[in-house]
Design a protein around this ligand. Structure first.
Ligand code: FES
Length: 107
């Protein structure tokens, strides 16, 4: 031994990742949500948190868009009876959700 440290002599102790409750983080399995688009009653599965516009596109549902940043309201739909802007909204973490499309003839 030469008295010099080499990289193999150093052992780092890295604590496990922690979640908000300071308990070790478990691997997350994506929650699947049944998303129903009305009035067409098209149903697709999506991951919780997945952008709503992506889910609509995958389902073949056309949601009008404009700014894609949440300021023009062109993409407004109704989710659980509340208006939301699809371009800045993700699929909620619940078993199923209904997205109602507005029929606005001006857009
Ligand atoms: S596209 Fe403008 S608010 Fe969504």
């Amino acid at each position: 031994m030469s008295g010099r440290l080499s990289i193999t002599d150093i052992k780092l102790k890295i604590p496990p990742a922690r979640n908000r409750n300071n308990s070790p983080k478990r691997s997350l399995k994506a929650m699947l949500v049944k998303v129903k688009f009305s009035p067409e009653n098209i149903v697709v599965e999506a991951e919780a948190g997945e952008p709503l516009l992506n889910v609509a596109e995958r389902a073949g549902v056309k949601i009008p868009t404009g700014c894609l940043s949440g300021s023009c309201f062109a993409c407004e739909v109704e989710m659980a009876n509340q208006p939301v802007r699809a371009c800045i909204t993700g699929v909620p973490s619940q078993a199923e959700v209904t997205i109602a499309l507005y029929e606005d003839t001006l857009w």
